[in-house]
Design a binder for this molecule. Structure first.
Ligand SMILES: C[S@@+](CC[C@H](N)C(=O)[O-])C[C@H]1O[C@@H](n2cnc3c(N)ncnc32)[C@H](O)[C@@H]1O
Length: 332
């Protein structure tokens, strides 16, 4: 057979791609990566530790080997370095809660053909409903994703040595940026604007990190709450731009510019696509999540961010890669 002949293999993998979400979500639900890390290296031991059936444990292990998250060595199973870094509970970068959450979202995709026809959500546009429980599930689950990104941003801005700076995090969610940055800089103070129940989650996480005395929360809607006037040195707008349409992004970025002191810096983190929409892969796919869950959101191009920031009064804009599918935009 001619080797350049297309085969159906990859399409079969894509059609069955939901098995990856299912196997990973089920393994995370039963803390399999945590038990593997603690030395349970056979289906029997895992089944006993996790309180699941032996048949179930063996089936999940087979699936995890196929997904490249678990490997067999000398007859025993162990986490791959990737799973050990990002799926073992108790590590700040752990994504297991996110894997569990995504398994519960899987059924939502059945609506995608109708959503595509309609050009937006056919039921409630989840992210635009004020103060809704969706965020209480999502926010703690995505905190691990922001850990490496917040560290990269801190390095780019030299935050550890920046002295008595004040930080504003709009839609700060878990408070992870504040927790990391206040931990790096003992003279910094931070304010987070988010819904009340989310700020309660953030206060807990920031307190666990021992920096709650320099963390303040403002409860409210960021579309209607004032951000203050020339009050902050650094502002954060992380994973918010994708839920907003272009006009709202310009309005929010303009308020952020006004909240920053002259020379202050805005840090945006988001899934950003190339100007010709040819990549990168994750931001291109994430556009479907926003079509499903928001009326106006999407994955925006670098050129969009650049134009919005100039309109909002920023003068210098730079883009930075991170160890995640998200990019950083730094604007002054
Ligand atoms: C995707 S999460 C991002 C959280 C955090 N910035 C991060 O990067 O990990 C979006 C956050 O924005 C908050 N949010 C969404 N719409 C909001 C609104 N209109 N007013 C205030 N907060 C809002 C949500 O509660 C949630 O915490």
């Amino acid at each position: 057979m001619n080797s350049s002949q297309p085969t159906p293999d990859r399409i079969m993998q894509l059609i069955n791609g939901y098995w990856a979400t299912g196997i990973l979500g089920a393994a995370a639900s039963h803390s399999l990566f945590t038990h593997l890390e603690a030395g349970a290296d056979t289906a029997e031991r895992l089944a006993a530790r996790a309180g699941i059936s032996g048949r179930g444990a063996q089936t999940l292990l087979d699936g995890l080997v196929s997904l490249g998250l678990v490997e067999l060595r000398d007859g025993g199973y162990r986490n791959t370095p990737e799973a050990a870094s990002f799926l073992v509970e108790g590590k700040p970068t752990c994504l297991s809660s996110f894997a569990k959450l995504k398994l519960t979202h899987m059924g939502d995709l059945v609506a995608l053909p109708d959503v595509v026809r309609a050009g937006g959500p056919v039921e409630d546009a989840t992210v635009e409903v004020a103060d809704n429980p969706h965020w209480e599930e999502v926010v703690p689950a995505i905190a691990g994703q922001s850990v490496p990104v917040a560290k990269v941003a801190a390095e780019i801005l030299g935050l550890a040595d920046a002295g008595e700076i004040s930080i504003l995090d709009v839609g700060g969610g878990s408070g992870i940026y504040s927790a990391i940055w206040l931990g790096l800089n003992p003279a910094a103070r931070s304010t987070q604007l988010d819904w009340g129940p989310i700020n309660a989650i953030a206060r807990r996480l920031v307190a666990e990190r021992g920096v709650a005395d320099r963390f303040t929360c403002v409860d409210g809607d960021f579309h209607t709450t004032e951000f203050g006037d020339a009050a902050y040195d650094v502002a954060v707008y992380s994973h918010i731009a994708h839920q907003e349409g272009p006009e709202d992004n310009v309005a929010l970025l303009t308020k952020l510019r006004g909240a920053l002191r002259p020379g202050g810096t805005l840090v945006i983190c988001d899934f950003i696509v190339d100007d010709d929409r040819s990549g990168p892969p994750f931001p291109l796919v994430f556009a479907s999540e926003m079509l499903l869950k928001s009326k106006q959101g999407g994955t925006w191009r670098r050129a969009d961010y650049h134009a919005w920031l100039l309109k909002a009064g920023f003068e210098e804009v730079s883009f930075h890669a991170t160890p995640s599918p998200a990019s950083l935009v730094i604007a002054r």
